[in-house]
Design a protein around this ligand. Structure first.
Ligand SMILES: [Zn+2]
Length: 276
């Protein structure tokens, strides 16, 4: 009788999982990110909170410690090394991956957790995230609905280990290579479009600089684009920008979208790994 009661109770209890975050100079946003995490994720399901910091020079590590995360220095460099270091410490069947500029949606844990428990072939479940800046929201809205990432996910530990962990092929494209490896091994990567977290972005100018830098720096060629496709997108960008400005009621979307396409085109011209 006692055993039966205990078994019944354990059936409704969610298994504990480790939570992992990788950080770098996130002092201006990390506290909000971790506080939102605490508000959204039932703390009873959390086993360990593991933070791998990539040699921050601000107060990132002390913010983590104050919020009772175990803080470790990245023994390598960049996201893939940090994520693999975190993965080596995970001792639960599932683990959460979070990044410092994400404010999780209220329905994030319930939806993402139910989804990964529902199918043993699912290696990763994530929600989507929209930029906090309204102009960036206008220009990214349609592509962000299907964008994969590793900043608001629950992963199935065994599968991620089995496929070799977080790929180090490109410092900028860890997420794309991981998804490719997951699917190539016959597993699933689920994106829940009804879970909308916030991607904290400071200014349009910073975002455009960041986009240029990432497009210029990528050396893996996972997102190769044809000349015809790039030219087509660039030439149509004022019209596409106007459509987005009308759709989202933000006139700045015209110039921002056009500038973004110009920036991406110039990066494409100077980076041969982007060209088909
Ligand atoms: Zn790349």
């Amino acid at each position: 009788m006692w055993l039966r009661l205990m078994t019944q109770r354990s059936k409704v209890k969610l298994p504990k999982m480790d939570a992992c975050i990788w950080t770098k100079n996130g002092g201006n946003i990390l506290a909000k990110c971790l506080d939102r995490f605490n508000a959204v994720v039932p703390q009873a399901v959390i086993h360990r909170k593991i933070m791998i910091d990539d040699h921050s020079v601000d107060d990132t590590r002390s913010i983590g410690k104050m919020r009772r995360w175990e803080v470790y220095m990245n023994s390598g460099n960049g996201i893939a090394d940090a994520a693999n270091q975190a993965l080596s410490m995970v001792s639960t069947d599932f683990f959460i991956a979070l990044e410092q500029d994400i404010l999780l949606a209220e329905n994030w844990f319930s939806t993402v957790s139910n989804s990964i428990h529902a199918d043993a072939k699912v290696a990763s479940v994530q929600g989507i995230r929209y930029p906090s800046n309204s102009t960036l929201l206008a220009i990214y809205h349609d592509s962000d609905v299907e964008a994969h990432s590793i900043d608001n996910n629950i992963f199935r530990t065994e599968i991620i280990r089995k496929i070799g962990g977080f790929p180090k092929k490109c410092a900028l494209c860890t997420d794309s290579w991981l998804k490719l490896n997951v699917e190539a091994a016959g597993y699933k990567w689920v994106i829940q479009p009804n879970v909308i977290s916030t991607h904290v972005r400071s200014t349009v100018r910073n975002e455009l600089k960041h986009k240029y830098w990432t497009a210029k720096t990528c050396q893996c060629g996972i997102r190769r684009l044809s000349t015809q496709g790039e030219l087509h997108t660039l030439l149509l960008s004022p019209i596409s920008g106007l459509r987005l400005a009308r759709k989202f009621g933000d006139p700045m979307a015209i110039i921002t979208y056009t500038t973004l396409q110009l920036i991406l085109f110039s990066a494409w011209l100077t980076n041969p790994t982007l060209r088909e």
